[in-house]
Design a protein. Structure first.
Length: 92
């Protein structure tokens, strides 16, 4: 499977760059982050909540989304870098 451009932006501190690659436009990424309350009106400065999200890796953000969505612990999930999703671990 070919890697996507977003695979370059998996670490911490690159949330804006990763989103820009995902949506195809820096301006659109800025607008989305502003709408979510993660970026201030100047389009460059992260809000407190945005700084916390930006300090997370792509994996940590996916696990956090799954935790918030389900109310379960992040240990209950496994992360796929290919899909950028956290799914429930199988219980044996």
């Amino acid at each position: 499977m070919p890697t996507t451009e977003t695979q370059k932006f998996m670490g911490r501190g690159v949330m804006l760059e990763r989103l820009a690659e995902q949506v195809g436009s820096h301006e659109m990424a800025v607008k989305l982050l502003q709408d979510r309350g993660h970026l201030k009106a100047d389009g460059k400065t992260f809000t407190e909540a945005g700084a916390k999200r930006n300090a997370m890796s792509a994996e940590e953000r996916a696990l956090d989304r799954a935790k918030v969505r389900t109310g379960r612990s992040t240990r209950d999930f496994k992360y796929s870098s290919v899909t950028n999703r956290a799914t429930l671990r199988k219980k044996y």
